[in-house]
Structure formats: C-alpha cells, structure tokens
Design a protein around this ligand. Structure first.
Ligand code: PLP
Length: 344
C-alpha cells in the first residue's frame, strides 16, 4: 500500500492512494449466494480470499460479470454514490445475457450502500474516491455444464480506495487505432464480462510493447467504437460527437453523463457513426470517458505506425471544462439536477 501521508488525524479522510489503481481494498465486503433459484440474505464479511471448488462453472465457462462505480467524498464531508441505479441495471443486463441469476435491484443496491457505509472512514477526499466492484459469477461445481447455466452463483461487492487510473494524473494519452481486430464479439459488446477484457488483452499488450501507447481504440473495419476500458468522444467548442448506442460496445454511464452535462453547458451532442478518417482529421479534442478514466484527453493517435497529434497534443480546454463539471457534480459542488448522486 502506498500512501501520500502517514500522519492523518482520526477524523481526517485518509490520503489518496498513489499505488496502482485497484490494488488497495477496504476492510469489509458484502456477499450473497444463489442456489437453485433462491438468494441468501446478504452478509458483511472481511475482505479476503473466498473458497471455490476447482470445478466452479465460471472458472471453466466464463459465467462472470461485474460493475464499476464510485462513491465520492464531497468537500462538505458527505459521501455520494454516483448513478447507483444505472450501474445496478447494467449489471442485471449483463447477468441476463450470461444466463446468470439476475440480482434483485434492491438487494444489490443495498449491498453496495452497506460497503460504502461501513468503509466511510476509508474513503479518500477528491480527486480520490471509493471504487466499487460488484461481481457475480457461477460457482456450481460442474465441469460438464459447458452448455448449461450454473445452478449456483456468488455475488459480492468489493471496495477499493483509488486515486488516478492513468498513472501521471491528467496528461494527454497516446492511443493506437486498431481496425483489424474487434475488442469482443458483437453480441457481447454491451456486457461487462471478464471474457471481453481477456479478448482485448493480447491486442493491447502488443500495441503497448511495440508502440508505447496507453490504450487501443477499437475500430473494426473502420467503425470507431471504444477502447479496452472506456468510451470515446470527439469534442470541439460547440459539439460532442460519439458513436450512437448499439449492441457492439459498452453503454458507458460516464459517456451518458458527459453528454447530458455537455448539453447543459450548451454543446450540441451528435450520436452517430464515426470512421477513422474523421477522427484523424478532427480539428478539436478527443477524450476517453469511463468511471475509472473520468474524462481523459487524447494527445496522439497512432495509426498504421504513424503518430497523429490531436490539436496541439495537449489536453484541451473543453475536455478539462467537461471533466471539471462532472467531478464537481460528483462531489456536490455542481447542482445535481438529474438526481444522479445518492447520499449515503
Ligand atoms: N467501455 C468499456 C469496455 C469499459 O470497461 C468501461 C468502463 O467501465 C467503459 C466503456 C465506460 O463505462 P462507464 O462510464 O460506465 O464506466
């Protein structure tokens, strides 16, 4: 665990973690099991190893999905969970697609709130936050069930105090454009399942090694979709442009939030297809949106081995403006007109 300071007062929020994103955890997590159609009452247990049968369905047949959302500590000391209902709904959608039991919304939301309540003192102040990772997977010990859903499952909610996702804070990212290989299969684009990330991993690692980039933007056949862990937007002084929702990519909740805030700030939102020629020729800014990435500016595209700067290669003023509006809303410093924050 790496911390910026060792000497916090008892009622002070803890320092923002400076180690890799997602490697520090709060003391307790919530769990619920599902067996033959029935959910157990959720429990709070110490965060730690879980016991799994080696034949567990998810280890063999990838029956697993997860969510990623955040709770923020405001300057007023209040803790707010951002867009809890949307994350619960997306997890239910992922579970349905993977033939896993669909957790009741109320039960799952309460499991998330419980982790936030119990770890209040472990949540750093902004720009740090508590990243929450609800996870659901098939646990039935049955290696013969390749073509059958798991009849047992575990749902847990893990909490991780976090700082910046991209090491180095706000800096322009270098993004490779991949037009040959998709991130995942089209029918799984909307699902937040580990298998999708496994499919993108080899492509991303190869591009990191050979091109020194931060992320890969998947544009199969020239159709610009998303990166391995965030959505993609073009921005200029008047517009925010991003691919319209279809089943091929994850419907990011940050994407939706940035578009709605952008409209409030007077930007015109265009949700439509984007091709590689358009993004390489764009005269404004480009950015990635995601719970972890927030709104991260793109400085360069790398396409067919050649570097193309985006604007002057720095994080643009519109990107910073939208990012600040979003983070201000999350910490209670911008009016929450849509009721996105839930106070815990
Ligand atoms: N696309 C992918 C593949 C992701 O993993 C994420 C991150 O969660 C996103 C997009 C952005 O989604 P959200 O804004 O809901 O975090």
């Amino acid at each position: 665990m790496t911390r910026t300071s060792e000497s916090a007062l008892p009622n002070d929020p803890p320092p923002i973690p400076t180690g890799p994103f997602g490697t520090e955890f709060v003391e307790t997590m919530t769990t619920a099991t599902w067996v033959d159609g029935t959910w157990s009452d959720p429990e709070t247990v110490p965060t730690g190893p879980i016991s799994l049968h080696p034949a567990a369905h998810s280890l063999h047949y990838a029956s697993a999905c997860f969510e990623g959302l955040k709770a923020h500590r405001g300057s007023d000391g209040e803790i707010r969970i951002f867009r809890l209902d949307r994350h619960v709904e997306r997890m239910r959608q992922s579970a349905r697609t993977l033939m896993l039991p669909v957790p009741p919304s109320d039960m799952m939301a309460e499991m998330i709130r419980t982790v936030v309540r119990d770890s209040r003192s472990e949540i750093p102040a902004a720009p740090g936050s508590l990243y929450l990772r609800p996870t659901l997977f098939g646990t039935e010990p049955n290696i013969g069930a390749a073509a059958a859903p798991s009849r047992e499952a575990l749902l847990y909610v893990l909490g991780s105090p976090v700082g910046d996702y991209f090491q180095g804070g706000i800096r322009p990212l270098k993004i490779a454009i991949e037009t040959e290989r998709p991130r995942t299969t089209p029918q799984f684009g909307m699902v937040k399942s580990g298998a999708n990330y496994a499919m993108a991993l080899g492509v991303t690692q190869e591009a990191k090694r050979t091109l020194g980039i931060d992320q890969v933007l998947f544009a199969p056949g020239g159709d610009v979709t998303e990166t391995g862990a965030s959505n993609f937007v073009l921005i200029d002084d008047e517009r925010i442009v991003t691919k319209g929702l279809d089943e091929s990519f994850l419907h990011g909740i940050t994407r939706d939030s940035v578009l709605r805030i952008g409209e409030e700030l007077g930007y015109r939102v265009e949700e439509r297809d984007l091709d590689v020629a358009e993004i390489l020729g764009w005269r404004g800014e480009a950015a990635l949106t995601g719970t972890a990435a927030i709104l991260a500016g793109v400085g360069w595209f790398v396409y067919h081995g050649e570097s193309h700067p985006v604007g002057d290669g720095s994080v643009g003023a519109n990107t910073l403006r939208l990012r600040k509006a979003l983070t201000d809303l999350q910490i209670g410093e911008r009016p929450d007109r849509n009721g996105w924050n839930e106070l815990v």
